[in-house]
Write a protein that binds this ligand. Structure first.
Ligand code: BES
Ligand code: ZN
Length: 619
């Protein structure tokens, strides 16, 4: 033993000093990312190191990005994605200037940034973002919960990070990263990696610097930053929540099942591989329900309704730690591999933590959502796999989840769970395509069983529009009672006799979305009076009510919309309201335009881009 040990160490030393092996990329045609200019098979970024200062007055991030590059022998240029970055200079690691050029820009994708790297395999880009960078929400104090200090947050998915980070912004090109972020000394910076300096380090008179590191290679859309007046409260050994001081306690109360959720998820599909699982509560203008930034899920405050009714969003973002962050859609054509798998997995976590009936309620509602989406979207858009611009976004969630649930019921839970667990293990930290998933499931689960192959209809699910005939539907007893209440309303029963006093978000959603679309002003007034819908503090209830009421040109709901719409930025909860108003033509369109004119400055660039289209706003 004494003799062998030094020999082993000698052998180990040069190995650990060598450059890390870059994580694999896929080179098949179906893995080619049409939304990125990168040519990773020639030269690719393996590590991003950011050194940036947040300038709230100018609304810019300013500093440098140092990129490590792996390239084919002899490769002399690298192509990055650039959406409106202002580049000052690019050098090699020794400070020698490199030549570079920005190509023609596309509104959505941005432009290729081509750099002549020669033999350099590390380059330094000095740059700053523009004030209108699409990934960055710069909020004035009025738009925060505390109303005293400004707030900044980034949202990378799908292709927005190229507006503040010069790199290859493609989900199939995994990169580790590190960052030094300098912010005004009274604010706290957090990022989606290990937070190395929780309190920050002094950096000049009125600044503090925070350092971060992500050791695992991640798709670059998962690099995320937030800066604000933030406090932290632990929830469990490896879980906790960041929020503005005024929202911290109520948020922590509603999130106190998080540790249980992590354990449930691990019991299903293997170890949580990211260290901590913390959450960050954003101001209400956050455009999404949640965003699965590794080690730090971003959450909308609209989920906090006081009754834990919406913690399925946490289960969802947590589940992405496997489906999305560990095994990642190679391109945005495969986004159902992220969202559909996650919507399925989320429901399994809900079942363990809250029981079968609650999981059934959520699955039953997602069936409704899918039916609505199938009605709204034209057939080619209802496929799971396709060009991202052609697909109906939300559909991938529920159609994907129902696809996996259908497989589960065909093969049995234990066989399916064993397969899925091994799927995550075998593809950890790798990109995945629809075709590869089908190949994998055929090799490992179907294994040539012709009857099973026929029963599953895998290709129809993955590539055809609509819903295959074998779709497995879950029904909940709780929502069946709500359906009874809907019938009673249709039959003219007085609203006061309905059993709504115990309803939570999901019962309200089923009820409001299930009522006949045409209701008289008297009936709407009766509902509103008894159920206080126009004044509901629950954003899910408010959204569903406004769609119903405004769809009937119910005038008293207009003030409710005026109060609600500028205050909430979560697209899922405001887009349907704007859409409803616009559909009401001469009555509703001017209302939508008027409210939007006032609300637009309160929204994130992503929400602005989306609502501009609905309202037909041209800046
Ligand atoms: N990853 C998504 C958010 C996203 C999707 C950002 C597409 C950009 C483009 C996140 O995990 C998500 O799905 N959020 C949902 C909530 C979920 C519970 C359905 C949302 O935002 O509503
Ligand atoms: Zn998701």
């Amino acid at each position: 033993m004494r003799i062998i040990l030094p020999a082993l160490l000698l052998l180990a030393a040069p190995l650990s000093a060598a450059a890390p092996v870059p994580s694999p990329i896929l080179t098949t045609p179906d893995a080619r990312d049409a939304l990125s200019y990168a040519r990773p098979e020639v030269a690719r970024v393996t590590h991003v190191d950011l050194d940036l200062r947040a300038d709230f007055a100018a609304k810019v991030m300013r500093g440098s990005a140092t990129l490590d590059i792996a390239a084919k022998p002899g490769a002399s240029e690298i192509i990055l994605d650039d959406k409106g970055l202002v580049i000052e200079r690019i050098t090699d690691a020794g400070g020698r200037a490199l030549t570079w050029a920005v190509g023609k820009a596309d509104d959505y994708k941005g432009a290729p940034l081509t750099i002549r790297i020669g033999a350099a395999r590390r380059i330094v880009i000095a740059y700053h973002s523009k004030p209108d960078a699409s990934a960055l929400g710069w909020l004035p104090p009025e738009l925060t919960a505390g109303k005293k200090k400004p707030f900044l947050f980034s949202q990378g998915q799908s292709i927005e990070n190229r507006s503040w980070i010069p790199t290859q912004d493609s989900p199939g090109i995994r990169q580790s990263w590190s960052a030094r972020i300098t912010v005004p000394a009274d604010l706290v910076a957090v990022m989606s990696g290990t937070r190395l300096t929780p309190r920050g380090e002094p950096a000049g008179k009125s600044w503090k610097r925070y350092r971060f590191r992500m050791e695992h290679p991640v798709p670059p859309y998962l690099i995320a930053l937030a800066v604000g007046d933030l406090a932290f409260k632990p929830l469990g050994a490896r879980t906790g929540v960041y929020a503005e001081p005024v929202t911290l306690a109520p948020a922590a109360r509603e999130l106190d099942d998080t540790e249980k959720m992590v354990r449930a998820a691990e019991g299903l599909y293997g170890p949580y591989r990211w260290g901590r699982y913390d959450m960050l509560v954003l101001p209400p203008s956050f455009p999404y329900g949640g965003m699965e930034n590794p080690t730090l899920t971003f959450l909308t405050p609209t989920i906090f309704t006081g009754d834990k009714a919406n913690t399925d969003v946490v289960a969802h973002e947590l589940a992405h730690s496997w489906s999305g962050n560990l095994v990642t859609n190679a391109t945005w054509s495969d986004s159902w591999l992220n969202e559909g798998f996650t919507t399925y997995f989320e429901n399994r976590i809900d079942e363990i933590v809250y029981g079968k009936e609650r999981a059934a309620v959520l699955a039953d509602l997602s069936w409704d959502d899918l039916q609505r989406d199938l009605k709204e979207a034209k057939p080619p858009a209802t496929r799971l796999h396709g060009e991202p611009e052609e697909l109906y976004g939300e559909l991938a969630y529920n159609k994907g989840a129902i696809f996996l649930r259908t497989i589960e019921h065909a093969v049995g839970r234990s066989r399916w769970d064993a397969y899925l667990r091994s799927y995550f293990d075998r593809h950890a930290f790798q990109p995945q395509t629809t075709a590869n998933f089908l190949k994998d499931i055929r090799a490992r689960l179907v294994k040539g069983d012709a009857a099973l192959e026929k029963q599953l209809q895998l290709d129809a699910w993955a590539y055809q529009p609509g819903l295959p005939g074998n779709a497995y539907r879950v029904r909940s007893a709780t929502l069946a009672q709500v359906d009874r209440a809907i019938e009673q309303v249709s039959e003219g029963a007085p609203v006061g006799t309905l059993p709504f006093s115990t309803w939570g978000t999901q019962e309200w959603q089923r009820f409001l979305n299930g009522l006949p679309r045409k209701l008289s002003t008297e009936r709407l007034a009766e509902l509103d009076g008894a159920m206080r819908l126009s004044a509901s503090p629950n954003a899910y209830v408010r959204s569903a009510w406004l769609v119903l009421a405004l769809g009937n040109r119910y005038q008293p709901a207009v003030v409710s919309a005026e109060e609600y719409l500028p205050r909430i930025g979560r697209m899922l909860l405001i887009r349907p309201v704007y859409r409803t108003l616009v559909e009401q033509g001469a009555w509703g369109r001017p209302i939508a335009e008027r409210i939007y004119a006032g609300a637009r400055p309160h929204y994130h660039p992503v929400t602005v881009a989306s609502v501009d289209k609905i309202v037909g706003f041209t800046p």
